[in-house]
Design a protein around this ligand. Structure first.
Ligand SMILES: CC(=O)SCCNC(=O)CCNC(=O)[C@H](O)C(C)(C)COP(=O)(O)OP(=O)(O)OC[C@H]1O[C@@H](n2cnc3c(N)ncnc32)[C@H](O)[C@@H]1OP(=O)(O)O
Ligand SMILES: CC(=O)C(=O)O
Length: 531
């Protein structure tokens, strides 16, 4: 069977910009476009020139991209000529290789939203495509509400598609604008459209309102379309668009697609996809979705003993694709659902070697399960797990001993008559035969304790220099008959390495102190300190 090309069209900077809470600066737009270009995306839709000054500016200069840089905008308005339509002219003046027109293809929208005759809407499509072609641009027509339109009036929806194609549009894109269509309907309707317009001139644009955007896009490819629109991490209006970080691996790695189609994303670029997805979230200040298919942190994580045991024998037992192909990694988590295989896998990852028959491994597993029953959670606290494992293996020196600590929180009027809350902590530490007592103020009790603990650790002080607390999370839950507090602290060392530690106690200060202690001890172990 000869291979066919499927083209990837990214609309992160246009439909993605329609996401509630997302705003791209001009620099963001340039950075995202460059990232998409490196990935091998065929079309990059940069925005809507003429709609706002920023998008107009983004299209003011020609872009140095391998991808087809695309401007988006609506077809000319009814009741005026193409040359007399300022919106259309802003599109034609934009420095873009292609223009993607959004056109009405649902008769109901033509009647209600445009209020023009159906024939006039076809003229708007025809004349807009002709104008774009006349200015040397590739023309693309997004048929808005195509699936709803087809269900209501198939003849008219098809007339819009046909008009666009016959006017010279390179691509006619079938849009599930309201996101209400299901995969079976997409397959059935696309099969009808490919009888009218060849599939290598058809695209698909789906929204996720039914949780089917990716499934619908893939169903459309299977049914014959050869251009897929989507966004990075599924950004987009309302519930989002089809997620390209799912579609790309599906097209490249799932045999039903990979055996038939080529895409512009190379294997090397595919291996950068997890990184691209995370960098993009970082840019828009959003926490990455750890459960995202292929690229999420949990996409290849396993918690249970039975799975971990089989994965140790052959990862294919519980993985549908190899995580490395998308630049992700396998994670075997240690928790109360774990067996020895999880523990051994995690020890190996942490560079701690142990034998499956070593009785200390069973002891470690028992300790983990006991501690998780008390409220500890090691899945997200890699450094505390490392210390617990090393402790059971007899490898953590006693660097120092905390003889006592105290914290005082006081609300008082300060010297300029302002009501302030201040926290003070004192920590008494023994190192060998020496005693160190440090006091510190902080903006809260945990901060004060943190500063006091790290203020003077004698001979270890230079080794913890630059260590900082960068995240602090608290969860209160019922453990046995009492409320228990779990604190997770993420720390960063001067060399940039980060780690997370956990503390548990009915008392939030005590739980925080345990997590702080683990963080300091982890740093000392990490840099090879000796007692
Ligand atoms: C499905 C989608 O995601 S489509 C993309 C939607 N994205 C955007 O709208 C973002 C950018 N949009 C904008 O900044 C503005 O809407 C603009 C600049 C484009 C237009 O602004 P305005 O001129 O103030 O019009 P407004 O936004 O109120 O309404 C849109 C007008 O375009 C008309 N229109 C909508 N789609 C089309 C179309 N495909 N062809 C022709 N006219 C259209 C509407 O009927 C309406 O006309 P009316 O003013 O006569 O009622
Ligand atoms: C064009 C577009 O964004 C849509 O129809 O959803």
């Amino acid at each position: 069977m000869s291979r066919e090309r499927v083209y990837l069209f990214d609309t992160t900077l246009r439909d993605g910009a329609q996401t509630n809470g997302v705003d791209f600066s001009l620099d963001d737009k340039a950075a995202v476009a460059a990232m998409l270009d490196r990935l091998g995306i065929d079309y990059i839709e940069g925005g809507y020139p003429g709609a706002n000054p920023q998008d107009t500016k983004f299209f003011a200069e020609k872009k140095d991209l391998a991808a087809t840089f695309t401007a988006f905008g609506m077809t000319k308005r009814g009741g005026r000529s193409a040359s007399n339509d300022p919106g259309l002219n802003a599109l034609l003046d934009a420095e873009a290789d292609a223009i993607c027109f959004v056109a009405k293809s649902w008769d109901y929208h033509v009647d209600v939203a445009l209020g023009i005759s159906r024939e006039e809407n076809l003229d708007c499509i025809r004349e807009s495509v002709a104008a774009a072609r006349g200015r040397g641009r590739e023309a693309i027509v997004d048929c808005e509400h195509f699936f709803d339109g087809f269900k209501a009036n198939p003849a008219y929806a098809l007339a819009c598609v046909k008009t666009a194609y016959e006017s010279g549009a390179r691509w006619v894109v079938l849009c599930d604008t309201n996101g209400g269509t299901l995969p079976e309907e997409v397959s059935r309707i696309v099969a009808e459209v490919v009888r009218v317009v060849p599939g290598d001139h058809l695209g698909i644009h789906t929204h996720d309102d039914c949780g089917c955007a990716v499934a619908n896009a893939l169903a459309a490819v299977a049914a014959g379309v050869r251009q897929v629109q989507g966004t990075l991490n599924g950004l987009g209006e309302r519930c989002g668009n089809a997620n390209l970080t799912t579609i790309i691996p599906a097209l490249k790695l799932k045999p039903e697609f990979a055996q038939r189609f080529d895409v512009g994303v190379s294997d090397e670029a595919l291996a950068s996809l997890t990184h691209v997805s995370r960098v993009f979230d970082e840019m828009i200040n959003r926490a990455p979705n750890r459960y995202a298919p292929f690229v999420g942190e949990s996409a290849f994580a396993t918690k249970t003993g039975i799975h971990a045991s089989a994965i140790a024998k052959n990862p294919a037992t519980y993985e549908h694709v190899e995580p490395e192909r998308i630049g992700n990694r396998r994670k075997v988590l240690v928790s109360d659902q774990a067996g020895k295989s999880n523990v051994l896998a995690e020890l190996e990852r942490l560079g701690l070697s142990a034998n499956r028959d070593d009785p200390r491994i069973s002891h470690l597993l028992d300790r983990i399960k006991e501690r998780e029953a008390e409220g500890y959670a090691y899945e997200g606290a890699d450094a505390s797990f490392f210390l617990l494992a090393k402790d059971v293996l007899g490898e953590v020196p006693e660097f120092f001993k905390v003889e006592r600590f105290s914290v005082n929180v006081e609300r008082r009027w300060n010297a300029v008559g302002k009501l302030v809350t201040v926290a003070e902590a004192i920590v008494k530490v023994r190192i060998g035969s020496e005693i160190f007592i440090s006091a510190a103020e902080g903006n809260g009790p945990v901060n004060a304790l943190d500063v006091a603990l790290r203020k003077d650790l004698g001979k270890y002080q230079s080794l913890i220099c630059g260590l900082e607390l960068i995240d602090y999370r608290v969860r209160i839950f019922q453990g046995g008959s009492d409320a228990v507090t779990r604190v997770l602290i993420t720390s960063r060392a001067a060399d940039g390495e980060t780690w997370t530690t956990v503390g548990v106690s009915p008392n939030i200060i005590d739980a925080s102190f345990q997590a702080l202690m683990d963080s300091v001890v982890y740093q000392l172990v990490r840099v090879g300190a000796t007692a």
